[in-house]
Design a protein around this ligand. Structure first.
Ligand code: AMP
Ligand code: MG
Length: 340
């Protein structure tokens, strides 16, 4: 059965519509909703059976922990304990917003949510629909991205419906999400902040607040970060990433012609400044190569669009890895399966 799709204007939120979702949450159902990063698939985080539904709907492995979303700071102290001054500092600067913090969990959090870990991932989103929905629900909401496991994260309600029809109850359609990549996930090692997953808050922003920040390289990410799999965020098509050097366009064109000569359908995800070089191909513009923020808003959308066109190979130009460019490249490498 198709989920109920309820259109909500993020600037003028209809509370009665949100209340339908709240009722579903209280009945152990699943509600997809937009946050500022991507669409989340929400269930009551304090109810193990409700949270189990998320893993089933997404076909998510049971060793991949969920992020718990809250709307008020007080809720944090019910979910987590021994919170360090460093964590407090980051929360006071970046919450509400796209920063997820790993903290020691309390007994209130069911084991299934954290997949048995002693820690819980918590975030307070800033998206207006997410904020209001969580607050009306009156319980913390466990919400991973609202896609089938391994697929590109959803940045529109259509992406959610394409992946999860028949598997969830409600989708709130609040239009395209603003940031387009998931939250930054951090943990702490004494006075050091460690980025487990780059995302919507850049490493530069974190450094400006806390000084020392270590970013796990992607191989280490697979080892140290629970629920990380080498291939992730993947479209059906094979993704080939072309590194950022003086021969980038030349190498991309060679790859495109070669793949085409094998009879494969090809598409290219290109930097704005190179678009005119790809006139002979189906080219989608990711954004200016040094503007990670713009590229982030388009990345998952383009990967999914190519799938709809049944493209076999997506040739993707690497962009500059600062700001949100780091998160974009992290997702691209995982989509291509080159981290292992
Ligand atoms: P998402 O699918 O966007 O909700 O991402 C959730 C990710 O957050 C997981 O795949 C983990 O990598 C990370 N995460 C969640 N809980 C924890 C935790 N307790 N410790 C470390 N990482 C976590
Ligand atoms: Mg996800």
């Amino acid at each position: 059965m198709k989920p109920r799709i309820l259109k909500i204007d993020p600037q003028n939120i209809d509370h009665d519509l949100l209340k339908q979702g709240v009722e579903t949450i209280h009945n152990r159902g699943l509600v997809a909703f937009p946050t500022e990063t991507v669409y989340g698939l929400g269930a009551n985080a304090l109810d193990a059976r409700a949270a189990a539904g998320i893993f089933e709907a997404k076909k998510r492995p049971l060793d991949d922990p969920l992020i718990v979303h809250i709307s008020e700071k007080e809720d944090l102290y019910r979910l987590a304990k021994n919170i360090s001054p460093l964590a407090e500092k980051l929360m006071s600067r970046f919450w509400p917003g796209p920063l997820t913090i790993i903290l020691e969990k309390t007994d209130l959090v069911p084991d299934i949510v954290t997949t048995g870990l002693g820690t819980v991932a918590v975030r307070m989103p800033s998206g207006s629909i997410a904020k209001k929905f969580i607050s009306l629900a009156g319980v913390p909401i466990a919400a991973p991205s609202a896609n089938l496991f391994g697929r590109p994260s959803p940045t529109s309600a259509k992406h959610v419906v394409n992946d999860l029809t028949g598997r969830i109850d409600i989708v709130f359609d609040g239009g395209k999400t603003k940031i387009g990549v998931e939250s930054t996930v951090v943990e702490f090692d004494q006075d050091k902040t460690i980025v487990l997953r780059p995302g919507g808050i850049s490493v530069e922003e974190l450094r400006s607040i806390v000084g020392e920040v270590k970013v796990l390289d992607e191989k280490a990410e697979l080892v140290s970060s629970p629920g990380k799999y080498p291939e992730h965020y993947s479209p059906e098509a094979k993704v080939v990433v072309i590194s950022r050097d003086s021969r980038q366009v030349e190498k991309a064109l060679l790859t495109l012609w070669e793949m085409k000569s094998y009879g494969l359908r090809v598409g290219v995800m290109a930097k704005q400044e190179h678009m005119e070089k790809y006139k002979n191909f189906d080219a989608q513009v990711l954004g200016p190569g040094s503007d990670g923020r713009t590229c982030a808003t388009r990345l998952f959308h383009i990967l999914r669009e190519f799938d709809e066109k049944n493209v076999d190979v997506i040739v993707a130009e690497a962009i500059k890895e600062d700001g949100l460019g780091l998160a974009v490249m992290n997702r691209l490498r995982k989509a291509s399966g080159t981290v292992s």
